[in-house]
Design a protein around this ligand. Sequence first.
Ligand code: NAI
Ligand code: CS2
Length: 492
Amino acid sequence: MPDVTRIPKHKAHGHIAMVHLGLGAFHRAQQAVYLERYRQRTGDTHWGLSSANLRSSIDLVDDLRTAGYGYHVAEYADSETVTLREIGVIEEALFTGRDAKGYWGRDLEALLLRLASPETRIVTLTVTEKGYFLNPASGELLVDDPMIAADIATPTQPRTAPGILVEALARRREAGLPPFTVLSCDNMPDNGKRTRNAVILLAKRRDAALGEWIECEVAFPCSMVDRIVPAMTEADFKRLEALGVDDPNAVVSESFIQWVIEDDFPQGCPDWAADGVEMVADVAPFEIMKLRMLNGSHSLLAYLGPPEGIETVFEAVSRDDLRKLLRRYMREEAAPTLAMPEGVDIAAYADSLLARFANDSLRHRLHQIAMDGSQKLPQRWLQGTLARRESGLAAPCTALGLAAWIRYTAGRDRQGQSYTVDDPLAPRFAELHARHGQAPGALVTAFLAMDDVVPPALAADAAFADAVLTAYRSLTEQGLDGALEALAGSSE
Ligand code: NAI
Ligand code: CS2
């Protein structure tokens, strides 16, 4: 039995001043935890949350309602030490997606009323990278995507996150209310700027004056968020039951937590800094460091592991060769692309990440991390690699990673078992594998030619393309062990 510290929730209900889009595991274990800490420390109940799902899951929304919105977060330092928190800051949960019968927007009007309420001052988002409908490489809004096209055609009945923000801001402007501040908490570079561009472009399609108002009046601070919160498994629910917690809305996370926020909140914000949030003038260096070091390492494991039967991050980093690969990738390939403020020790950061990955209490499935690779790889690997190549430096670990990604997207492991490739571009991947599956050279060229994922200058780099092809051949012909051995034999 682990050593358990139990922290009950603050008893009082709060007033809703913050709306969250994307009621998933991460929101419950990060933003809500910071707010619960704030409420416990100050007793201030002015910063309650209304949390909405625009997609799955309706069940979570309804289960939270049934439970009166309270739930648990189990924060594991390791399998022996856990802090069990009750969270009570979510005051309302809404669902605006498609229900089981195919109907859209059950609580859409309630969400729009909440967003347009004078009490609402901040809107936060964790809708995953694809929820912004941006070209992953350029960050431009995908105006031809059917969901965005529908929001352009019927802007008062929006289905996407950018569409909902535009309709809500239009209502506030109409009512003469100040706007809310929009805080993206997704793992994207310049997440605030990208959200701003998407919202302004969509608004201008509807009404140029609305677009200009948003441009002038709305703050979109950037943020870097960090806490490993894997999707819950049956085994997680069982071990919580053993601690006396029977809660379908519970989440398990590591004990580490971090939030770095650009300090730009014209309508105010809770005193997050007193609870350890770093309020800074420029988030970019922290965001890029985390994306390339932590998330870049995660993606390496996510594409190398599953085809070889390695299922979790813990399992992967229990292998010496994969730990060595991550150390080399972080220290030699990712770290030199970063420009950090003085005092940030990147080597120590890399070591701390390896220690976090080795947390034996988390079952962080590599297939979960592998999801949506097309949306993740530009910021995790490709922009940094392009910078390296432009300085004449090799990037062998990233070349192996790309080769592994191409192999992963075939959807079949080395035993011939198939698995689902979960990515908005999955149909395109399937087509490329069907067409070029027997011709590795043509396959690698076709993947590198996807210019909405791979920067064209990197695809045109013959030496790098060659390194990807060599790695792809050794992975498919000799498996992971062979590919790692070949890599270990190569020097910078
Ligand atoms: P989750 O699977 O528990 O929840 C995903 C959320 O995204 C759900 O609320 C879902 O409705 C929403 N969503 C998915 N596609 C959408 C779309 N097209 N439009 C609108 N909403 C959409 O995942 P989780 O763990 O909550 O992660 C969500 C995001 O949070 C990640 O993609 C990442 O950007 C960020 N994050 C997650 C961390 C983690 O460890 N889980 C840590 C740091 C950031
Ligand atoms: C992971 C991240 O799913 C993924 O792609 O790399 O969610 C990762 O766990 C978090 O960013 C950690 O903060």
